[in-house]
Design a protein around this ligand. Structure first.
Ligand code: ATP
Ligand code: MG
Length: 588
């Protein structure tokens, strides 16, 4: 075991919300969490926007809800009072346009304040919010708007001209386009509305209509790492999970300044970039700019960020930039670091300790689960490389699928199986848009079967092995690419690694690694031999890669996940499949 567990102090500057993990695992977790919400006045139900915004509009009227950092240095502050008024205006705008309960409102924009206001205003109006990542090209936009039968689209003037005008004819359901002028200024584009003009004319009082917990609230498209993205349908009740996971897994306290770096185009950027912090009444930072190590360190310092939620891909990029850069700043407010989206290599956890004096807490969930399901909690020891233990209220198991459609439970510690969750938590998705059969296939013997393989140790910590589709079968052994990638990352020359199974007539598959190098290292036969040797020492001959190829970059989704299926397609000369979520340079 090259990484010792990280045991945290028992005397805390701020006591964690979850001090006793075992005691918190009671059968009535969700029941109590529901009671902890306010609900709409006069028993009219449960609405995400009420819990995130209006609930706080009196008590926290002047408390900072959102601080927006513009790409070019602008700063805009929104208190809970401001947000309540602005989101009411937006709900009135929708109502005025005849957009009502259940109608889908898509938002295609970068991280601008209007996106956050539109999202929450849409939920107030009981319409369905669907975020679209702003870097999508016209085709993925068209597919998603069509699948969702979007009735309204909020976007910016330039995105509209570049990406939407050309597909308008193929969107018969789309009735209204609301444009935010570039630099938030006025617009005058034929066939569209000026967002700000409508907002100015709208009333800032709005009464949220009756909302059932099961009313549809949000449609999120998955990252498309393994294939065509799916539209996961979420309901208002999800806010029960957003609030509680924010409290217990991210340890949000009222005075926190929270920064979730994810874009709302992906589920993390909505569940934790919008709803969870607001539902907990904290201050949330939104940075319009993309990753830049130096800028991020500055934001952490200057904004006094106390809780930070980011992703392995960003952590790896910070590691590549080196720990010296981190030390040019001071982070006295920083208290809790968390990561999600991909397995967090042990080296990443340790980097947190070296750079910030705090380890990263990995947690695991999916678009489908709506909220954090398995996590490293503040008061529990961290085992670097493990994604932690099930969230209180979540029953997680490992299973093997049987041919008859059932599952067998994998009980033995250390044995690998597919992560399965017992349905019934509030933020669970309710279907895949337009694909009810695909949804039905996710359930077996009363379990939601996730498609991810893991091991569980004797203390109940889960260790990610790989996605079902990425796992490598070599000479009768099952190998998860994550383990191999993590070992490669321990070598000082390696910046990133993507590992696949390459078909082989004898072994079935052999392990092949694609590797990018840190600044100052050049590909060479010697380095290749060195990396092969390093892997064999670390992993043993069976698991270590047989082949290493140096690459300029590793293909990733826009949300930062390594797309191993593309590495494999390139290796085999096969078609790439759906690449709508592949990260590439913006072509202007
Ligand atoms: P698609 O389903 O379209 O292929 P996706 O699964 O990448 O895309 P998301 O729902 O955004 O779409 O990502 C969830 C997946 O990300 C999980 O199923 C898991 O494979 C991976 N993941 C998320 N967090 C972790 C983590 N902490 N450790 C390991 N894997 C993680
Ligand atoms: Mg998935």
């Amino acid at each position: 075991m090259p990484y010792a567990p990280i045991v945290k102090p028992t005397r805390w500057a701020v006591a964690p919300n979850l001090l006793d993990y075992e005691a918190a695992r009671t059968p009535d977790v969700w029941e109590r969490a529901r009671r902890d919400l306010q609900g709409l006045p006069r028993g009219r139900g449960l609405n995400i926007a009420h819990e995130a915004v209006d609930r706080h509009a009196r008590v926290l009227r002047d408390h900072l809800a959102l601080r927006w950092l513009g790409r070019n240095g602008d700063v805009r502050d929104y208190t809970y009072g401001d947000l309540s008024a602005l989101t009411s205006r937006f709900a009135n705008v929708l109502q005025g346009l005849g957009i009502g309960k259940g109608d889908l409102v898509a938002v295609l924009a970068g991280r601008i304040p209007e996106l956050y206001i539109a999202a929450l205003g849409t939920l107030k109006n009981r319409s369905v919010f669907s975020p679209l990542f702003s870097a999508f090209g016209p085709e993925p936009i068209q597919t998603r708007l069509t699948l969702g039968k979007a009735k309204a689209l909020v976007t910016t003037e330039s995105l509209y001209e570049r990406k939407v005008v050309g597909i308008l004819d193929s969107l018969p359901d789309l009735e209204h386009v609301l444009l935010v002028g570039d630099d938030h200024g006025p617009t005058d584009v034929e066939g569209t509305h000026d967002y700000h003009r409508l907002m100015l004319a709208a009333d800032e009082r709005y009464t949220i209509g009756p909302t059932a917990p099961d009313d549809v609230a949000i449609v999120h498209f998955t990252s498309g790492t393994t294939g065509t993205p799916k539209g996961a349908v979420h309901v208002h009740e999800a806010v029960v999970g957003h609030r509680l996971t924010g409290r217990l897994a991210l340890d949000l306290h009222r005075d926190d300044v929270f920064w979730c770096t994810a874009d709302p185009g992906w589920v993390t950027g909505t569940s934790y970039g919008i709803v969870a912090p607001l539902a907990n009444g904290v201050t949330s930072i939104v940075d319009e700019a993309d990753f830049d190590a130096e800028r991020w360190y500055r934001v952490l310092e200057e904004e006094h960020v106390s809780v930070w939620y980011t992703a392995p891909t960003a952590i790896r990029m910070m590691m590549k930039a080196g720990a010296d850069l981190v030390r040019e700043h001071d982070y006295p407010a920083l208290r809790f670091l968390a990561s999600v989206g991909e397995p967090l290599n042990p080296e990443g956890v340790v980097f947190g300790e070296e750079a910030f004096g705090l380890p990263f807490h990995d947690n695991w969930w999916q678009t489908e689960t709506g909220a954090i399901m398995i996590a490293n909690f503040p008061a529990l020891e961290i085992r670097p490389g493990s994604m932690g233990r099930p969230f209180p209220g979540i029953e997680a198991s490992l299973v093997h699928r049987r041919h008859d459609g059932g599952v067998d439970l994998v009980e033995e510690p250390g044995a690998e199986g597919e992560i399965a969750l017992r349905p019934g938590w509030p933020s669970m998705f309710r279907t895949y848009l337009g694909e009810p059969e695909r949804y039905a296939k996710c359930f077996r013997d009363g379990w939601y079967v996730t498609g991810d393989l893991a091991r569980r140790d004797e203390d109940g910590y889960f260790w990610f092995v790989g996605r079902g589709d990425d796992v490598i079968k070599t000479s009768g052994h099952l190998i998860g690419p994550f383990e191999v990638e993590s070992a490669l990352l321990e070598h000082p020359a390696v910046a990133e690694a993507g590992v696949i199974g390459k078909p082989d007539p004898v072994a079935g598959e052999v392990v092949k690694a694609f590797v990018t190098l840190k600044p100052g290292f050049e590909p060479s036969h010697e380095l290749e031999r060195e990396l092969l040797g390093h892997s064999r020492v670390r992993l043993g001959a069976v698991v270590a890669p047989k082949e290493i190829e140096f690459a300029e970059s590793v293909p990733r989704t826009r949300s930062g996940k390594i797309m191993r299926r593309l590495l494999k397609a390139h290796e085999l000369g096969l078609p790439e499949g759906d690449v709508s979520t592949l990260e590439e340079e913006e072509t202007e």
